[in-house]
Design a binder for this molecule. Structure first.
Ligand SMILES: NC(=O)C1=CN([C@@H]2O[C@H](COP(=O)(O)OP(=O)(O)OC[C@H]3O[C@@H](n4cnc5c(N)ncnc54)[C@H](O)[C@@H]3O)[C@@H](O)[C@H]2O)C=CC1
Ligand SMILES: CC(=O)C(=O)O
Ligand SMILES: [Mg+2]
Length: 372
C-alpha cells in the first residue's frame, strides 16, 4: 500500500503522524511511504531523516492526498484536508466527530473510510490510541492550570504547592481515567491538595490504592461536583464517554459559586467539553474568562510538546497502522478493536455514539464487512 503523511495544519500543531522510525517499519513490510516536505520539522526530523528511513518527499499536501491509499495524521482533518479525501481512501487519525457536525459531513461526503484513533479499543477495555495523548494532556493540564493561576495571567495569584506556613492550592479533577490519573500525579508532585471525582467506584478504589492516601476520591454526583468546583483553585475536566459528546457536568450557574480567579482546564474539550461555558481555544490564544473564572480549553494540548507526543503517539498507532496497510479493510473485518475505531465508511456513519449524537442512521460495520 502507498501510505501518505501530510504536514499538520491545525493551529500550533507540531506533531506528525509518522516519525522516521515508523516510516522504517512500513518500508520494512514492503509498503511505500510519501511524506510532505517539512512534516517532521516540529520533532526535529527533517526531510533527510525521512529519506534515510525510506520515504519519498513530496512538495504539497495535495500530492500526498492524491497519491496515497492511506493517510496517517494526528489531528482531525481541517476543511482544506477533508476536501482532498476521496472515495475508498483510508484515513487514520484523531477525529472527535460527535461534537463536530461539519467535519462529519465533510468525511461522509468524501466517501473515505475513516478510523478514529480515539475509539480504537484493546482487550482490557481501554482506548490504546487515546491513552498516550491523555497521559501527555493530563500532565500538561496542571502546568497549564498553575500558569493560568498566576495573577499576571488573570488567575487568583496562588502557588499550587504553597510554601511552609501557607496552605497549598486545591485541585479538583473530574474524571479519573488516564487524563485524571496523570493530572493527579503532577498535582501531587507539586504539593497541591488533590481530589478526583469519578462515577466508577471501581476506578476510585484503584486510584485510592495507587496514591496511598495522598489524594481524596469522591463519587460523582451533582452535589459532589458542585462542592468540588466551589472549593477548587484549579478544576480539571477529564470525563469521557467513548465516542460521545462530553456530558456538561459544570453549568454556567455553578461558576457564580467559584472563587474569583480560579481556573478551569477543560481537557475534554475535544469531545465538546464538560463545562457549559467552555469553547475550544488554540495554543496561540489558550484562555478566556467567564464570570471571573479563567478557562483553558485547548483541543490539541499535546501539540505543544511534539517531541514527546509524536513519539508516544507513534508507539501506540504503529501496530494498528501496519495492520491497515497490510490488509486494508480486511484488517478492520478481522480485528474487532480496529473495527471499533471505524467511524465513517463510504458515506455512512459506523460508530453508534457518533450516529446518535449527530442524528445519522447507524451502519453497523458487521452489516457490510465479512467479520472474522
Ligand atoms: N484537549 C486535549 O488535547 C486532549 C483531550 N483528551 C480528552 O480527555 C478526555 C478524557 O480522556 P481519558 O482520560 O483518556 O478517558 P478515560 O476513558 O481514561 O477516562 C474518563 C473517565 O471519565 C469518567 N466519567 C465518565 N462520566 C463521568 C461523570 N459523569 N462524572 C465523573 N467521571 C465520569 C469515567 O468513569 C472514566 O474514568 C477525552 O475527551 C479525551 O479525548 C485527551 C488527550 C488530549
Ligand atoms: C487526543 C487529542 O485530541 C490530541 O492529542 O490532540
Ligand atoms: Mg484534541
Amino acid at each position: 500500500m502507498r501510505v501518505g503523511c501530510p504536514k499538520e495544519i491545525k493551529n500550533n500543531e507540531y506533531r506528525v503522524g509518522l516519525t522516521p522510525g515508523s516510516v522504517r517499519e512500513y518500508i520494512a513490510r514492503g509498503h511505500e511511504v510519501i511524506v510532505e516536505t517539512g512534516a517532521g520539522l516540529g520533532i526535529d526530523a527533517d526531510d533527510g531523516a525521512y529519506r534515510a528511513a525510506g520515504a519519498k518527499i513530496v512538495e504539497t499536501a495535495k500530492d500526498v492526498f492524491e497519491q496515497a491509499d492511506m493517510i496517517v495524521k494526528v489531528k482531525e482533518p481541517q476543511p482544506a484536508e477533508w476536501a482532498m479525501l476521496r472515495e475508498g481512501q483510508l484515513l487514520y487519525t484523531y477525529l472527535h466527530l460527535a461534537p463536530d457536525p461539519e467535519q462529519t459531513k465533510g468525511l461522509v461526503e468524501s466517501g473515505c473510510t475513516a478510523i478514529a484513533y480515539e475509539t480504537v479499543t484493546d482487550a482490557h477495555g481501554g482506548l490504546p490510541l487515546l491513552a498516550p495523548m491523555s497521559e501527555v494532556a493530563g500532565r500538561l493540564s496542571i502546568q497549564a492550570g498553575a500558569t493560568a493561576l498566576e495573577k499576571i495571567n488573570g488567575g487568583r495569584g496562588l502557588l499550587l504547592g504553597g510554601v511552609p506556613g501557607v496552605l497549598p492550592g486545591k485541585v479538583s479533577i473530574i474524571g479519573g481515567g488516564v487524563v485524571g490519573l496523570n493530572a493527579a500525579k503532577m498535582a501531587v508532585g507539586l504539593g497541591a491538595d488533590v481530589t478526583i471525582v469519578d462515577r466508577s467506584l471501581g476506578r476510585l478504589r484503584e486510584l485510592d490504592d495507587l496514591f496511598g492516601g495522598r489524594i481524596h476520591t469522591r463519587y460523582s454526583t451533582i452535589e459532589a461536583v458542585e462542592e468540588e468546583v466551589f472549593s477548587a483553585d484549579v478544576v480539571v475536566g477529564a470525563v469521557l464517554i467513548p465516542g460521545a459528546a462530553a456530558p456538561k457536568l459544570v453549568t454556567r450557574e455553578m461558576l457564580s459559586g467559584m472563587k474569583k480567579g480560579a481556573v478551569i482546564v477543560d481537557v475534554a474539550i475535544d469531545q465538546g467539553g464538560c463545562f457549559e461555558t467552555s469553547h475550544a481555544t488554540t495554543h496561540s490564544n489558550p484562555t478566556f474568562e467567564v464570570d471571573g473564572v479563567v478557562h483553558y480549553c485547548v483541543a490539541n494540548m499535546p501539540g505543544a510538546v511534539p517531541v514527546t507526543s509524536a513519539h508516544a503517539l507513534n508507539n501506540a498507532t504503529l501496530q494498528y497502522g501496519l495492520q491497515l496497510a497490510d490488509k486494508g479493510l480486511k484488517a478492520i473485518a478481522e480485528n474487532r478493536h480496529l473495527r471499533a475505531g471505524l467511524n465513517v465508511h463510504r458515506g455512512r456513519i459506523t460508530n453508534e455514539a457518533v450516529a446518535s449524537a449527530l442524528g445519522y442512521e447507524l451502519a453497523e460495520p458487521e452489516s457490510f464487512l465479512k467479520v472474522a
